[in-house]
Design a binder for this molecule. Structure first.
Ligand code: SAH
Length: 257
């Protein structure tokens, strides 16, 4: 699709630091006529480069119909509209329902990915989620809250895999989270980190174990905008990679005996 034909660009705004916006996302935001941004989480500083006269809407105050109405008006007026989501829209972004409505209306759109908060969290922890010998899989999930979980996806079920777990949207249910993880087979010694507002100026990092993390979160007074990451990738021990192993032959390098 040619860029001129696109009316709506869904843009991943990244986790907070405006410099973590992609070049493409920034260019589209700076040239947009209409901006709809998720004001509950997106750092308003990502909109600093908007043109003068750009109409800016905060979707935290709008329902789906109202969002679509603004998009329809933009199309009718021949304007470019950016829909700015936090992190990457594909993770709990609720952009699918908007895309479905745009498909029905025949309005053309594209999606520009962003740096999800789960990747920003690994970065600020200096952590690798896929640590050889510890975990080679990452589960992105959430606790059951007002939105129910589909069958088989309760934290207790997922914990059985002992993969790296990244838990979104759940910082308000720490005690329940810990008991479900323990019921799923983790131990009180399993390392855990909580990152509040990764890459924002007021970012906070708490490290602990399943045994003490809930009280640390309570003490710190963290109630929202935080991720909990769980697993042995946070520990001190791991194997070395094969990729950089001197004796291992890869497509590009012959291993030395
Ligand atoms: N699409 C977003 C996630 C939206 S769901 C992404 O890719 O990151 C909202 C949840 O994401 C919050 O409740 C919190 O758990 C997490 N979150 C978003 N931004 C965050 C940040 N900067 N630091 C830590 N957690 C964050």
């Amino acid at each position: 699709m040619k860029e001129e034909e696109i009316v709506i660009s869904f843009i991943g705004a990244g986790p907070g630091d405006p410099e973590l916006l992609t070049l493409k996302g920034k260019r589209l935001i700076d040239s947009a006529d209409v901006v709809i941004y998720a004001g509950s989480l997106v750092n308003p500083a990502v909109l600093d480069g908007c043109k003068e006269g750009t109409k800016i809407y905060n979707s935290a105050l709008m329902d789906l119909d109202e969002v679509i109405e603004v998009m329809k008006e933009a199309e009718a007026a021949g304007k470019k509209c950016v829909r700015v989501h936090t992190g990457d829209p594909a993770i709990y972004g609720a952009h699918r329902e908007q895309m479905d409505r745009l498909d029905q209306l025949g309005i053309k759109y594209e999606v520009i990915p962003g740096v999800s908060s789960f990747l920003a969290t690994a970065a600020v922890l200096n952590a690798e989620y896929t640590l050889p010998g510890k975990s080679q899989s990452v589960i992105l999930t959430r606790m059951e809250g007002r939105t129910p979980m589909p069958p088989g996806e309760k934290l207790t079920d997922l914990a059985k895999h002992h993969a790296t777990m990244v838990i979104f949207l759940s910082i308000g249910f720490m005690d329940e989270m810990v008991s479900q993880l323990l019921a799923g087979g983790y131990t009180k010694e399993t390392p855990v980190a909580v990152v509040y507002k990764a890459t924002w100026p007021d970012q906070r990092i708490l490290r602990g174990t399943l045994g003490d993390i809930a009280s640390k979160v309570e003490e710190a007074g963290i109630k929202k905008t935080a991720l909990t990451v769980v697993g042995d990738f946070l520990g001190d021990e791991h194997d070395l990679s094969k990729l950089y192993d001197k004796t291992f032959t890869t497509e590009f390098r012959v291993g030395k005996p």
